[in-house]
Design a protein around this ligand. Structure first.
Ligand SMILES: Cc1cc2nc3c(=O)[nH]c(=O)nc-3n(C[C@H](O)[C@H](O)[C@H](O)COP(=O)(O)OP(=O)(O)OC[C@H]3O[C@@H](n4cnc5c(N)ncnc54)[C@H](O)[C@@H]3O)c2cc1C
Length: 602
């Protein structure tokens, strides 16, 4: 632990203004033996219980989802994040992400049930519960004796989660609250034993959280199962509370603290949701590769066509980059928790603050990885051609299942705005110095550019230099927008969306390069040839996106000389000295994936 404390780990959002050394990022290749074993037993469980019965999840076999959740509980897979004192395994954040990642790829139905139970259904109690609440509920949730669900959303309160109308009225004798209201889209509602419910007391500004046991005799009733596009065997119902009596000791944290609980539960949920979109990508690449290697058209396997190779290369690249970014952030969170515990925080406080610190990264990951899995499943269908459109192959359901990830745990629009909004707030509070670097970028724009030819002979020298300049693009665009609009910036959503896309691309591209650089240093460059190609390909694509989004912002809010200067800056900051050969990169990646008959980079 002392190592961790001594290490100058980046604070949330600081990746934008500080250089990260490759030695300081955690990668999947750093897993210890215990973590590798955990991964293997999770994979075995998935292959045996989920993947082998994939059709049952498509046929709305809700009972099978519940049965699998019980089995996961018996194997300890529901308790990885739960402290040992409450019957859990008490493993670190990286291990939690690992289980969430590998358990989630076979079907979105199980993945959603697992996430709703272990994340938003259990975490509010482990993070905010009293000792009595934790002793009473957490051991049951950790083993799968009980299942949890999370009731925040209402018909009139979705993204605007603090606007719910569900009421909690204190009884005259002060012993219980009477909760009445309607919740909708509640995952696990059909089989859970307990709900985390958010309700408003009197006319409080903020909602309050409660632990509510599921007892139909206590005014709790359910709507029918929702008919959904995907995740067919994930139970999703409305939940009606009609004067449901909840003992006062079941209030979570303090009165009016519910919105904070809800948001912090979602921060953790977001990074875990990103992890939950990783294994699906690997499996899609595996299936698409096998199919492309076997499917003959024009007397040759379709894998030999450049059009198919380009898809396989992009799909594998997204998965690789997403792994890099997810585990980088996961370890940052784990280290931050350790630092806080070492400085006297309880595990509960440390975990809360640790995750809150990286809320920007959690939002970035949620958006990036959920969009990548969507793209990958879409291209997976395309590789399968007509067979991809058939419900007899897993591509069709994977595509439908992937869609929800862009909606729940805060829509991607909300998360995009949050990522930039939180960063600006952190800067205002002095937690991340954006002003200094933004001013320096402004001065650089006024100055004369250097005409020296840089030495880019070392691996990733040019790419790292480029990433550093891409960060300047964000500082230039966002800094100038903050100056122009001040607190009104939040009203300029189109600009925020563009700024967020720049931020996302910077984090993802940098994470991939750092992962690969670290591995090239320790395992040798030759062993990382395809990974080097993937890192370069992703950066090339990121530069394109950043150019487009930054230009969109600059031409919309800057005028005259300022606009001209910023456009020149954009050109300078996104310039390659040596353009990569993109066709060669894609060919190299696809050939490696084809030769391995699947994704072999994890
Ligand atoms: C299958 C499924 C499972 C779910 N499970 C749960 C669960 O277990 N518990 C739970 O509490 N909830 C759950 N939800 C609810 C989910 O979290 C919400 O659907 C989500 O937060 C969006 O809310 P909404 O559907 O009301 O959409 P809205 O908030 O009405 O949004 C509609 C559109 O408007 C956009 N929008 C909204 N506000 C803004 C804004 N300020 N600026 C810009 N754009 C905006 C959104 O991004 C979206 O594109 C689930 C939903 C689904 C579909």
């Amino acid at each position: 632990m002392s190592d961790t404390i001594e290490k100058d780990i980046l604070r949330g959002g600081q990746f934008l203004v500080k250089e990260t050394k490759c030695e300081d990022v955690f990668t999947l290749e750093d897993l210890d033996e215990e973590q590798k074993m955990m991964r293997e037993s999770t994979k075995e469980f998935v292959d045996r219980e989920l993947w082998a019965h994939w059709e049952r999840f498509e046929k709305k076999d809700y009972a099978y989802t519940e049965e699998c959740m019980k089995k996961a509980g018996e194997l300890g897979l529901l308790s990885v994040a739960v402290p040992e004192s409450y019957g859990g395994m008490g493993m670190g954040f990286v291990s939690t992400m690992l289980v969430c990642d590998y358990i989630s790829g076979a079907t979105g139905s199980f993945s959603t049930a697992f996430g709703a139970h272990t994340g938003i259904g259990t975490m509010p109690i482990t993070l905010y519960g009293t000792e009595e609440q934790k002793q009473k509920y957490v051991p049951k949730l950790a083993t799968g004796e009980w299942f949890g669900a999370y009731c925040l959303t209402e018909p009139g309160a979705g993204s605007d989660a603090n606007s719910g109308k569900t009421k909690a009225v204190l009884s005259e004798d002060g012993t219980y609250y009477s909760i009445s209201g309607q919740k909708m889209w509640i995952s696990n509602a059909g089989f859970c034993n307990m709900f985390i419910v958010f309700a408003r007391i009197e006319d409080d500004k903020n909602i309050t959280g409660f632990i509510v046991e599921n007892d139909p005799e206590n005014g709790i009733s359910l709507g029918d199962e929702e008919k959904k596009l995907g995740i067919h065997s994930s139970s999703t119902r409305q939940v009606f509370f009609n004067e449901t009596k909840v003992p006062v000791e079941n209030m979570l944290s303090e009165r009016g603290n519910g919105f904070k609980i809800a948001m912090n539960a979602l921060n953790i949920g977001r990074i875990k949701l990103a992890a939950a979109c990783l294994e699906a990508q690997r499996r899609i690449v595996n299936e698409a590769t096998k199919y492309a290697n076997e499917r003959i058209q024009f007397k040759t396997p379709i894998m030999n066509f450049g059009a198919i190779k380009a898809k396989i290369a992009d799909m594998a690249t997204n998965a690789y980059v997403d792994e890099a970014a997810c585990y980088r952030a996961a370890k940052n969170i784990e280290d931050r928790i350790a630092i806080r515990e070492a400085s006297g925080n309880s595990h509960q406080e440390a975990e809360l603050k640790g995750v809150e610190e990286y809320a920007i990264e959690c939002s970035i990951l949620k958006v990036a990885v959920s969009e990548h899995v969507q793209h990958t499943t879409d291209e997976g269908i395309q590789v399968f051609g007509g067979m991809g459109f058939s419900a007899d192959t897993p591509m069709e359901s994977a595509w439908r299942d992937a869609r929800i990830s862009r909606i729940y745990e805060g829509t991607n629009e909300i998360n995009r705005m949050l990522s930039v909004g939180m960063l600006v707030k952190k800067a205002m509070k002095g937690h991340v110095d954006l002003l200094g670097p933004a001013t320096a970028v402004g001065e650089e724009l006024m100055g004369i550019p250097s005409f020296e030819t840089p030495d880019f002979s070392e691996l990733f020298a040019e790419e790292k230099d480029l990433v550093a300049r891409l960060k300047k693009v964000f500082l230039m665009v966002a800094g100038s927008a903050v100056q122009k609009f001040g607190p009104d910036l939040e009203k300029h959503q189109m600009l925020l969306m563009a700024a967020s896309d720049i931020l996302i691309q910077v984090y993802m591209a940098e994470s991939a390069i750092l992962r690969t650089e670290k591995n090239a240093k320790r395992f040798g460059e030759d062993s990382q040839a395809a990974q080097i190609a993937m890192s370069k390909l992703y950066l090339y694509r990121a530069v394109d996106i950043i150019q487009q989004k930054a230009k969109e912002g600059i031409v919309s809010f800057a005028e005259g000389d300022e606009q001209r200067m910023m456009l020149m800056g954009l050109k300078r900051f996104t310039k390659y000295t040596n353009q990569p050969n993109v066709v060669a990169l894609r060919t190299q990646i696809a050939d490696k994936v084809a030769a391995d008959n699947g994704y072999t980079f994890d």
